[in-house]
Design a binder for this molecule. Structure first.
Ligand SMILES: [Zn+2]
Ligand SMILES: [Zn+2]
Length: 167
């Protein structure tokens, strides 16, 4: 099940900006350290009378675009739970590319060959391909559901007309 659509009342979005880190921050999604010089997103909101600052690393911003495409949104702090749920429960959305994004996340975006952070543009590209496939699968499932209900309505109307005559 997707987390989008869960209750988020009492929350006001105060806006998002892309910044360049001047000191270390912790990514709100993957918990890794965002080092000075890295670009990150600063998102703020008010809930329960408190301002929450959520900083997302470039890799998590890239990865969550899958949720934007497939779920039409994401929850701050819930990106990896949501992606993991889709991965665990929806076999039709599992692609090699989505799997690669999950593995990179588990490696905390470190390339084992070099020990450096993987280029976020690579994550963006892999995620874009994974989202493309998943969006097509979701669109097809939605089309089938619409077709099913249209046929169901038509059958019900036909049964009604048989019993009571056409209106
Ligand atoms: Zn979702
Ligand atoms: Zn992150």
């Amino acid at each position: 099940m997707c987390m989008i659509g869960d209750d988020d009342c009492g929350w006001t979005n105060l806006g998002q900006t892309i910044r360049c880190a001047r000191k270390r921050h912790r990514c709100y999604e993957c918990s890794r350290t965002i080092e000075p010089g890295e670009r990150y997103e600063d998102a703020r909101g008010v809930g329960d009378g408190r301002v929450t600052v959520m900083r997302s690393c470039a890799h998590c911003i890239a990865a969550r675009s899958w949720l934007d495409a497939v779920c039409r949104g994401y929850l701050w702090g819930g990106v990896w739970d949501d992606l993991q749920q889709h991965w665990d429960e929806e076999w039709s959305l599992r692609t090699l590319d989505l799997g690669r994004v999950m593995v990179w996340h588990r490696r905390r975006w470190i390339d084992p060959a070099t020990g450096d952070l993987v280029d976020p543009r690579l994550i963006k590209e892999i995620t874009r391909r994974a989202a493309q496939v998943a969006s097509a699968v979701v669109a097809e499932a939605e089309r089938k559901t619409r077709e099913y209900w249209a046929a169901e309505r038509a059958a019900r109307t036909a049964r009604y007309e048989q019993t009571f005559g056409a209106a």
